[in-house]
Design a protein around this ligand. Sequence first.
Ligand SMILES: Nc1ncnc2c1ncn2[C@@H]1O[C@H](COP(=O)(O)OP(=O)(O)O)[C@@H](O)[C@H]1O
Ligand SMILES: [Mg+2]
Length: 489
Amino acid sequence: MTDAGFARPKGETFEYAGATVELLDAATVLAAARVNPVELLRRATWPEPVQRVDLTVSSADRPGGPVHTFAASISTAEEPLSKERIRKLVLGNDPVGLLLAKRIEAGDPIATRIVDNIGAAAAAAYKKLGLDRPAQPMTSREPGTLADAVVGLQAELTYDETGTVVRLHAEVPRDDVTPAHLQAFVGLTLQAVIELAGPESLTGRRYVVSRENVSKVPATTQTVTLDMVGGLADVVAELRQIAVSFRHPEAMARWGARRPQGLLMYGPPGTGKTMLSRALANEIGADFREIRTPEILDKWLGGSERNIKQIFRDARRYRVPTLMLFDEFDSIISYAGSGGDAASQAINAVAGIFKQEMNDLIEANPNVIVVATTNFPHRVDDSLIRSGRFDVKISVPKPDDASRAEIFRKMIQGLIAAHEAPGFQMFADDLDVGALATASHGMTGADIKEILRRVQLKKAMQDARTGGRVDPITTDELLGSVRELLGPR
Ligand SMILES: Nc1ncnc2c1ncn2[C@@H]1O[C@H](COP(=O)(O)OP(=O)(O)O)[C@@H](O)[C@H]1O
Ligand SMILES: [Mg+2]
């Protein structure tokens, strides 16, 4: 199973008014925009008088539900009096001017000095007369609408007070947004550029619309999306459903339905439970609040009980959608320590309070959804689940062959998006994820991450020692890393 060029961001190329536009991995751009604004086209160069275009995709909450917002600002503010402009002003179009211009071009120092000195004086005079700004930079400053015929996207067009910045703004409900909308908005932005720079101004130009430097963010912040999960298609689908029900309380209320309030995810370590919780928070657009065991368990008598009460007291006051994660829940509330010692008694007391608090938390605060994860479901008090406090139980199993292939594929895609740059290829074109999946039988997503981490480190060290020139990562090198992690059999 070898597919050449695998895992490179999928590009979509289209023509617009003579320009070639390449749209890289639009789906990822849209997914990322839910979490953090994504900036596009910042490094591109534009025809005069356009100096700069900032295109941002982000997400916002509207009374009707969450939306993706597309915003472009097209800036024409030019440096008021550039040397070139002054020279043009001074020299004009008469024979003497043309002669001087030729001398300057030929590098004649005297002609240059004369003209620039006159220019400096002229510039000062121009400033005094208030003529140093372009008189009427925009042909029309009427606000209006630009519309795309294919997907019917409409963008509002406005001008800032100085008349040198044009802004475009469009919104699409989050559940409806597609890559075609992004493409349409890029088209409208180019249309606005053409209105400023002239009909032929984009001919022969090439623009790449991609996540530029923003894709390096995930390494430092916790931006994980459901699209990054490999395998587990049913689990991901279920979490998407839950997110929809959370985001549409009015629909739930109309039908007297109740959205899930507590989720219990269970399965072996390293299968992605923590990752899924974070991704669900992002899918909902909720704040993520993880409650760690040390935050609760306190060696002092009564301390743990106070802590857990305080945590729920806070939770009742969250004013924004919040996902509370009790990760490795069994270590907080489990039967494991049901002995008579003080520590077990504390845990049992905590479990009691937890049950009580969970009873009416969601009624008290519809902004909250609770997720608990555990590697040991049998250790979790059954009554927590039976009572309906956790109304959704999700099994997160170890990945099968096909799922491991997908995990490899998605992780490698993520690394490519984050680290590859013109002139630097991280992975060979002909990676065989099928072979990797077969070789890594029995491993989890966490193991696969470790396999990649080791190869990355090896390559980086090689790079550091040799000063560059290191070949992209091959299937064989990855297979070596798989074997290394398996250890001697
Ligand atoms: N199905 C998966 N798809 C993609 N990445 C995964 C998957 N499972 C695990 N991972 C990777 O392994 C890391 C550790 O998984 P984690 O969510 O901590 O597992 P768990 O909480 O079940 O022990 C994750 O951050 C992610 O990078
Ligand atoms: Mg975990």
